[in-house]
Write a protein that binds this ligand. Sequence first.
Ligand SMILES: C[S@@+](CC[C@H](N)C(=O)[O-])C[C@H]1O[C@@H](n2cnc3c(N)ncnc32)[C@H](O)[C@@H]1O
Length: 275
Amino acid sequence: MNPTLADVLRASSAALVPHVERPRLESEILLCFVLGVPRTFLHTHDCMRIDTQSLQRFQELLARRKENEPIEYLTKQVSFYNHVFYIAPGALIPRPESELLVDIVADLIRTHSIERVVEVGVGSGALLCSLALMFDSVRFSGGDVSEQALAIAQQNLARFGLSSRISLHHCTFLSGFLSPIPLAYANLPYIAEDYPLESPLSFEPREALFGGRRGDEILLAFLKEARAKDVRFVACEMGHDQKASMESALHRLCARHVSFYRDYAGHWRGFVAEF
Ligand SMILES: C[S@@+](CC[C@H](N)C(=O)[O-])C[C@H]1O[C@@H](n2cnc3c(N)ncnc32)[C@H](O)[C@@H]1O
C-alpha cells in the first residue's frame, strides 16, 4: 500500500535535513508541485494515499534537491517582486537583492519622468516584467547575449501579457538599441573567475555569473559603452567589493552624479550614475 501524504512528508523532510535549511517547507513545495495542488491541500488531505506515479516523480525531485539543484529549477518557478515567474536552467534565478534595483529604477522613472528604459542582460526577464507591470506608458526593451535566457524571458513576457509592449534583442550590451537612451540598467555578471562557487550556483549559467578575471570587467565595459551610447542614467547591481573600482571608472567617464546603495545585509550592492 502506498504511503499517505503525511508519511511522505515526514520521510522526505527527514531526508532533506542535512541538505537544505527548511526541509519541511521544501518537501511541501515539491510535493505540491508534483500533485498540482496548493499547500493547504496537504494539510486537509494528510491521510490521502499518494499514487505510485506521483511518488516516483516526487522521489526523483527529492534526489535532485539533495544534490543541491535549486528548488526554483525543479519547480520551474520563482517568486520575485510579488510575482511568480517561469524559470529554467538557461537563466539566472533572480535574487531578492535585485528587487532593490527594481525599486531604484522605478524611482528614477518617476522622478525624471522617463519614457524609455533598456535593460542589459535580462536573464529570465523578471526585473523587466516587474517594472513594465508598474509603468503602463513607459517603453521597455531588453537584451541578452544568451539565446536560452531570451527564450525564458519571452515566456515570462507572454505569461504577463507583455509580449507586445516589450521588445527583446539578442545582442551584447547596448548594440541592439538606438541612442540616446534616457535610462539603462543592468545586473551583469560580477563574480571573479577563480571565485569558488557554492554548489547550488554551479547549476546556473556561467555567463550569468562570471564577470571576468577580476569580476568587474563586464560591468566596466558596459559603463564605457553606456557613456559612448549617450545614456543619461545608468543603474547597476555590482559585487560588494567593487565600489572603488566603479567609483574611479565613473569618475574617468565624467559622470555628473553617482550614488551607491547597500543591500539588505548592509553590503554595497549597486549604484546610479548620471552622465
Ligand atoms: C547576473 S544575470 C542577471 C539576469 C537578470 N537581469 C536578473 O537579475 O535576474 C546576467 C545576465 O547578463 C547576460 N550577459 C552577460 N554578458 C552580457 C553582455 N555583454 N551583454 C548583454 N547581456 C549579457 C547573461 O547572459 C545573463 O543573462
